[in-house]
Design a protein around this ligand. Structure first.
Ligand code: GCW
Length: 665
């Protein structure tokens, strides 16, 4: 009897221990959630400045039972404290620690596409976090942002949209930006601004914007002087010129180099830089992917020392998968800067779970062959920028899983050789609190591993259900949903321009007999892309137009493979939902519900993508779906010409069940 009683009690106790106490988390802690506060860590170490270390470098070590952080400057010390904070959460801060760090790139910036009316271009987390229209700057939020950026090693912010409003340079805005810069400086973050080419005309009534006109040059010199008087460590300008309708030096018969160098001259006395974007294309060229090289290669070597050309990772526009931009392999005498897009313009906004660690790892590690084999993209670039996914939402990003992309960007900017898997691991452990009463081992197995699994599979899932095998730009209006049928309007803004589907086949012919884009890459890549035998399958339809019955490595036809990829994407997201069901005990009810709702939306959207793309392409292929895929849900006739209902901010609307609300525009 007694034995039975003890046994029962032990059982009860074990059950109590096995059931973790739910955690109070709402996603606002971000990756600092599971850490000890910064000040507490700082107070527990001996800081020392070591002039032999680079300014942003640190070394953490133990001596005689005490912990030290040596640093090259205050910035290095800050990064050291954050590194220790991370190491503690990861269980890597035990006695005898010896941990050093030094950033790979000197310039590691976020680009905010925030407008002065508080809207955010391609922003999916509410209005601008800077609250431009409010009487006061949002100091508390700016501090929190500074902390988050510093904790992952970022050291610069471009505060406003590259589609810039000239008023950002009026006296009132300069004064406001100076206040923001004063706060950001405390976190080691330099402030930069995007400028509009026509600013001198709007702000001072100058007649033109010719970069060789002495009056225009003087205007910019005076403006630089005014800015530096207010912000002595101002970082410089980011410029979108002669791109998507923005004015620029070409309007005056001058080149990108003439324009960039004029601004560079104005900023040079103060140590400022110009980040000049290479995102250029015009409707007249036969292949948009060719244009950046066509315009910028002839200018190689003509840019001033304080100009960096900012290049998007791929030659078109932040698609779910693109090859790397050929410019990375070709510009030899020009400083280059990577531009990644953290905000998910083409990957389901803040609704879809799409971890970009893998996207960026793929790009950074790709071999450009610029100096023979072993010349990865990350070594070709001198600096790095990411288009931010932040807004006024309490969790900054509109989705806890979107925070992982901000985190991953910062970590890769600090060390581009880190693996996506390691970064995912770090992020999960720092973001999600271990429920009380749960052993670290159990938490690892039951929560950390499955969530990492979701993250690591997520981007490929989006590629599969949106545009597999090298397909790209199948988007409609807001870039949220599919519209492969669209062919009206400017050709290079319509999906039909990119997929080229017809009864014979599908894909963009960029081979030597097509647009010749392959030859913008160095050998042996150029020939590898050109040749069907060696072109990577995941870029097949980026580089080739192929018949529906073309046989792939699997032995299946192209048509069947396309269908299978869409189907695989759907199944993968269904798998994420199923996994998340099992994770309910480990996160707060609110966070669980929200994620469950988003995963449901993602699963429904994935089917919409499949129905639209497979259904539409089937009108050309005329072939049935392979037997083992889920049948289409919505007939193509009721999808063609329709899109998702969006609110005033362009946010997509779904019904209670998570289905996209499809309407006739
Ligand atoms: O990705 C496209 C976006 C535009 C953006 C542009 C750019 C800021 O659709 O919204 O404008 O690229 O990068 O300049």
């Amino acid at each position: 009897m007694r034995k039975y009683f003890i046994g029962a009690l032990a059982g009860l106790l074990a059950a109590a221990c096995a059931r973790p106490v739910p955690v109070a988390q709402d996603g606002t802690g971000l990756w600092l959630a599971a850490a000890r506060p910064y000040d507490e860590i700082l107070n527990g170490i001996h800081p020392a400045f070591n002039p032999r270390l680079a300014p942003e470098e640190y070394r953490i070590y133990d001596k005689d039972g005490e912990r030290y952080i040596d640093a090259g400057s205050e910035a290095g010390l800050r990064y050291g404290v954050y590194a220790l904070q991370r190491a503690e959460v990861l269980g890597e801060a035990g006695p005898g620690i010896d941990l050093s760090g030094k950033p790979y790139y000197d310039i590691r910036v976020l680009n905010h596409w925030d407008n002065l009316d508080d809207t955010v271009e391609r922003g999916y987390a509410g209005l601008s976090m800077w609250e431009w229209t409010a009487p006061e700057i949002p100091e508390e939020r700016i501090r929190r942002y500074g902390e988050l950026c510093a904790s992952i090693g970022l050291n610069g912010s471009v505060l406003n949209n590259v589609n810039a409003n000239p008023l950002i340079l009026d006296a009132e805005h300069i004064a406001r930006v100076a206040k923001m810069a004063d706060i950001l400086r405390e976190y080691g973050i330099k402030t930069y601004l995007s400028i509009k080419w026509t600013s001198p005309m709007t702000l001072s009534g100058l007649k033109g914007g010719d970069p060789l006109d002495p009056k225009v040059r003087q205007w910019w010199k005076d403006k630089a002087k005014e800015i530096y008087a207010a912000i002595p460590d101002f970082g410089g300008f980011l410029v979108k010129a002669n791109s998507e309708g923005q004015a620029g030096p070409q309007d005056y018969g001058r080149t990108h180099a003439d324009g960039a160098n004029m601004l560079a001259e104005a900023l040079q006395p103060y140590g400022g830089i110009v980040m000049w974007r290479a995102f250029v294309y015009s409707p007249t060229s036969p292949d948009r992917a060719n244009q950046a090289v066509e315009e910028f290669l002839p200018l190689d070597g003509q840019f001033a020392d304080n100009v960096i050309v900012q290049i998007k990772n791929g030659p078109v526009d932040f698609q779910p998968r693109e090859p790397f931009s050929p410019l990375f392999g070709r510009l030899k005498e020009t400083k280059m800067m990577m531009e990644f897009q953290i905000t998910q313009e083409y990957l389901g906004f803040s609704n879809h779970l799409a971890y970009h660690g893998t996207t960026w790892e793929e790009c950074l590690q790709a071999d450009t062959y610029r100096q023979g084999p072993g010349s990865p993209v990350y070594k070709a670039v001198n600096a790095i920028a990411g288009v931010a996914n932040t807004g006024q939402d309490p969790d900054f990003c509109g989705y806890v899983f979107a925070q992982a992309n901000w985190y991953a960007f910062g970590r890769l900017a600090w060390d581009p050789t880190l693996s996506a898997a390691q970064i995912a691991d770090e992020w999960v452990r720092q973001t999600f609190l271990k429920p009380e009463g749960m052993s670290p081992k159990a938490f690892e197995k039951k929560f950390v591993m499955p969530v990492k699994g979701i993250l690591m599979a997520s981007r490929e899932a989006v590629v599969d259900y949106e545009m597999p095998l090298g397909l790209h730009h199948l988007f409609g209006g807001t870039h949220y949903g599919p519209a492969p049928w669209e062919r009206l309007g400017r050709p290079d803004w319509t999906p039909a321009y990119y997929h080229q589907a017809d009864s014979a086949g599908i894909g963009f012919d960029r081979t030597r007999t097509g647009s010749g884009n392959v030859d913008q890459y160095n050998e042996p890549l150029a020939s590898a892309f050109n040749d069907l035998e060696t072109c990577p399958e995941n870029l097949l339809l980026w580089f080739h137009h192929l018949p529906w019955d073309y046989k792939l490595a699997s032995g299946r036809t192209l048509w069947d493979e396309i269908c299978l990829h869409y189907d695989r994407g759907i199944r993968t997201v269904d798998g994420f939902r199923a996994t998340w069901q099992g994770l309910k005990p480990y996160v707060s009810p609110a966070l669980w519900e929200e994620t469950d709702r988003k995963l449901t939306i993602q699963a429904r959207d994935a089917r919409w993508w499949r129905d639209a793309c497979v259904g539409y392409f089937q009108t050309f292929s005329g072939r049935p779906l392979p037997a083992d895929v889920e049948p289409l849900k919505t007939p193509i006739d009721s999808l063609i010409g329709r899109s998702i209902l969006s609110d005033q901010l362009g946010m997509p609307q779904h019904d209670e069940a998570g289905n996209p609300i499809i309407v006739k525009p």
